[in-house]
Design a protein around this ligand. Sequence first.
Ligand SMILES: [Zn+2]
Length: 105
Amino acid sequence: MAEKCLCGNVVIQQTSWTQTNPGRRFAACVDRRCNKLSRWLEEPVCSRAQVIIPGLLRRINKLEEEKMELEAKLTKNVVIIQILEFIFMLAYNTLFCFPHCSVGH
Ligand SMILES: [Zn+2]
């Protein structure tokens, strides 16, 4: 049975992403505003990990931002290509197809 907080909500396992405890798991009330019951489930993060993990998180966030920007550019370029394809097909049909279609009918 799930552990209950003093407020009645369920206690869940969470992960801290603070500068001093990056990646360190703790048990706390499902309601993040409730501070009635909270305890660490793991030993403190070593000083080396305290430096490395936030740096890795910053890199991940930066890469995610770059990915979103590139996806937006890609979507825009696909639309431009579709418009150019339409214009090309229209021009092609006007120049080469219509004269042949009308001859002999
Ligand atoms: Zn609570």
